[in-house]
Each structure stands twice: as C-alpha cells, then as structure tokens.
Design a protein around this ligand. Structure first.
Ligand SMILES: Cc1cc2nc3c(=O)[nH]c(=O)nc-3n(C[C@H](O)[C@H](O)[C@H](O)COP(=O)(O)OP(=O)(O)OC[C@H]3O[C@@H](n4cnc5c(N)ncnc54)[C@H](O)[C@@H]3O)c2cc1C
Length: 409
C-alpha cells in the first residue's frame, strides 16, 4: 500500500484513477488490471478512505451480531495486484479543469477518472432523523446497531415496569425495502435467542418495521412480498405500512397521522442518495443526486469521467426507470467501465451498458429468505441458502480476479 501521490496532471493518455474501492470501483480495478497485462505503461490508481473493501450486502448480519464487523472488511492488500497503486485517503473535492482529485494526501491527477463513491443514507430532511436514528451503510454502522441493541436489552432488564421493559427492548426499523426487511428479520430471530443472557425473557424483545408506502419490498412481485410478509409475521415482526415518519424525537418516530412509535433503538434504512461531495460538485445530477451518464457510463459531456455503481443514474431504456442501487448493478457497470477504458486504449469502439437482471434475493431472518429468479418465486430455506451462495461466490470472485493478473505478487 502506498501513500505518496502523483499530483501531475495527466492528458487523456495519463493515469487511470478509480475513486472508491466498493463493488463498482474494486471491480473496475481488478478487471482492468487483468486486461492491461500487456500494457504496463498505463498507470492504474485506486483511491479509498479505507484500506479494505466492505461486503455491504452482509451488514444486516453484523447488525444482528451473527457476523463480526472485521469479517465483512476485506483487506485490499489481499485482493489487489501489485499492478494497482492504492492510495488510502479521503477524497475532499474535484478540480475538473485541472483534472485532479483533491484528497487528504494531496491532489491526484487523472487522464481518465472513474467515480465509484457509492451512496449515503437519505433522511429526506425528516426532522431529527439523522440525530435520533442509526444508519446502516458501513461495517462500523452495523457494529453500532448491534451494540445499541444489546445495550437496550440491558437497559430493559434493569427496568421494573413491564411496559417500560417492552419499550426499551424494541428495535424500530424505518424503511421496508430489502435492507430494512433483512435487518428486521435478522434481529427478530436473534434478540429472543440472546435475551436470556441479558436477564430478559425471550418474549420481551420486539422488532417493528415502519414503511411509508403501501407495501414492503416495493417493486417486487406480489408473491415475493407475500412470502416475505409471512416469514416476518412468523418471526413476530410488527410491520406497519402506509406509515410515514414525520419526525424523529426523543420519544420515538412520530408518524404523519400523529401516532408515536416508541422503542429503545431506532435504525433508518429508508433510502439512499449520492454523497454530498458529488451532489454539490456541479456534475449533471439525476435521481437522488446521482450523476447522469451516457450509454457508455461517461458523465454527460465529460467523456474523460466514467461513473459506476450507486453513484451512476442509469435509466433503463425499456422501462424508463432508473436502475436501483444494488451490488449486482454496480458489478455489471464496473465490468462495462473496465471494458470501455480498455477499448479506449486499444482505439476500439465503446460498449453501451445493458443491465442483465439476475434476479432478486432477500434473506428474512437467519434461516429463511425470498427470491425471484427467472420468473420463479421461492420462499424459505432455499432462498436463504441462495443468498449465502451469492455472498460466498462474490468473495471467491474477488480473490479469483486478482489471480488473473500476471504481475501479481
Ligand atoms: C445494508 C445493505 C444491504 C445491502 N444488500 C444488498 C444485497 O443483498 N444485494 C444487492 O445487490 N445490493 C445490496 N445492497 C446495495 C449495495 O451494497 C450497493 O448497491 C453497492 O455497495 C454499491 O456499490 P458502489 O461501488 O457504488 O458503492 P460502495 O460499495 O458503497 O463503495 C463506495 C466506496 O467509496 C469509498 N468512498 C466514498 N466516499 C469517499 C471519499 N470521500 N473518500 C474516499 N473514499 C470514499 C467508500 O469507502 C467505499 O469503499 C445493500 C446495501 C446496504 C446498505
């Protein structure tokens, strides 16, 4: 790992700089390192604030204490080949005219830039939400959720009034999308199992899932939603739909109809937006501040900058919908960006991005899940195994890709 920074401004043939070592950025770095094996002159730099890649899809397990935070932090030095220069630093801004990233380690010049800085939780300006609720986007966030949940069980055990006990031992999750469902399911299965260790009866902890829209897992098939709802009900998760949070206060989530949802721990999983650093950068903004791109995933009218992952606002031509912020989308976009950067170097035509949907899998609790794959909906143990297999395969692929680089250590 290297800290020195080459601040020289590069022409179009200069260094390729990838900002962000998440699903999209790491994939670009790994794929490109393999593709550029015959072209050692091209400098390839990856920049991230952390010296590890986070397996974000596994965070609900960390938040429920079934996986250690360090297990989802994959050290970059274990997966990056020597061909890729890694700079660990905070990106603080952009000098578009000078073609430089501004960072805590000094400016980093690019010939081609890949922006893959992911998302931030979106609190939709709901008063008090950012202060009152925990979020779930990084391993450290997930660790905080688990610490808060167990501390709430301790506080509940110390309370004498049963009502107060119940309130303190309740985790309230805002947002009934895949993240909220996975978190609620996981906690609902684990908290009763660990309650005894904290001096509480197993039926004392509770989990509530609050969703503003008419259904959880919006956009999924009715069959999948139905199966997920049944598992959540079996796990005794109290699901409230059409429940819009107006404010988060010391007492709990206040809904627009005036009801107060009380609890001991509040987690917000209700939406994502582009990081402010990018949203305020002057790049053309699409859905939730994400960056508008052309069919080759280049910023509109800025062909030297590619965008991949959650940060890219990519509209599907068939439906007119913006692709959701998903790891599988980020990986496919990373693939296209790596191919297009290689094509530019080879003087070949660029490839337009097309998303090939592999299906949708959500774990609900520690043993069951739901999946929609090739028009077939399954629910139960098989879907959970599928989710485990996808995560296992992802980790294998990251290591396998490193192996493709002949200059690897
Ligand atoms: C809890 C949770 C569960 C999920 N589960 C699933 C799932 O099961 N399946 C699925 O398909 N998707 C899932 N997703 C969505 C998926 O994780 C994202 O779509 C994916 O991570 C996007 O990849 P990315 O590369 O765009 O961003 P990220 O993976 O977030 O990577 C962004 C990188 O940029 C770095 N970075 C950001 N800002 C800076 C800065 N200023 N300076 C330096 N570095 C910076 C970060 O450290 C990070 O490494 C889940 C998301 C969450 C939050």
């Amino acid at each position: 790992m290297e800290n020195a920074v080459n601040a020289s401004t590069a022409g179009s043939g200069g260094p390729i700089v990838i900002a962000g070592a998440g699903y999209a950025g790491l994939h670009v770095a790994l794929r490109l390192a393999a593709r550029l094996r015959g072209n050692p002159a091209v400098e390839l730099t990856l920049v991230d604030r952390n010296d590890y890649h986070q397996a974000i899809t596994e965070l609900p397990r960390v938040a429920a204490g079934t996986r250690a935070a360090d297990d989802v932090r994959i050290p970059l030095q274990d997966v990056l080949a020597a061909r890729v220069r890694f700079v660990q630093t905070e990106i603080t801004g952009f000098d578009w005219a000078g073609r430089r990233l501004l960072t805590g380690a000094g400016p980093i010049g690019w010939g081609r830039l890949v922006l893959a800085l992911g998302s931030r939780p979106n609190d939709f300006d709901i008063p008090g939400l950012a202060q009152r609720a925990l979020s779930l986007y990084e391993a450290s966030d997930a660790e905080r959720v688990w610490v808060a949940a167990t501390a709430a069980l301790d506080a509940a055990a110390a309370a004498t009034d049963p009502e107060e006990q119940r309130r303190l031992a309740t985790v309230v999750v805002g947002g009934g999308g895949a993240t909220g469902v996975e978190l609620a399911g996981e906690l609902a299965e684990i908290l009763p199992a660990v309650a005894g260790r904290h001096g509480l009866a197993p039926d004392r902890p509770a989990v509530q899932l609050i969703e503003a829209g008419p259904t959880i897992l919006a956009g999924s098939s009715p069959q999948l939603i139905d199966k997920a709802a049944k598992i959540l009900s079996d796990l005794k998760v109290q699901v409230r739909t059409n429940a819009m949070i107006a404010a988060a206060t010391e007492d709990g989530f206040r809904l627009t109809d005036g009801q107060l949802v009380e609890g001991g721990v509040f987690v917000w999983a209700g939406g994502l937006k582009a990081p402010e650093l990018v949203a305020d950068s002057g790049l053309p903004a699409g859905h939730n501040g994400r960056v508008k791109v052309d069919q080759y995933l280049r910023v509109l009218d800025q062909p030297d900058i590619y965008v991949a992952g959650d940060l890219a606002s990519v509209t599907e031509p068939d439906t007119g919908h913006v692709l959701p912020p998903l790891a599988q989308v980020a990986l496919e976009e990373g693939e296209t960006v790596a191919r297009n950067l290689d094509a530019e170097l080879e003087g070949k035509p660029l490839e337009a991005f097309t998303f090939h949907d592999k299906g949708f899998v959500v774990s609900v609790g520690t043993r069951r899940g739901v999946a929609d794959i090739a028009g077939i909906t399954t629910g139960g143990r098989l879907a959970h195994l599928l989710k485990d297999a996808i995560e296992w395969e992802y980790r294998q692929s990251v290591r396998h890709l490193r192996g493709w680089d002949p200059v690897a250590r």
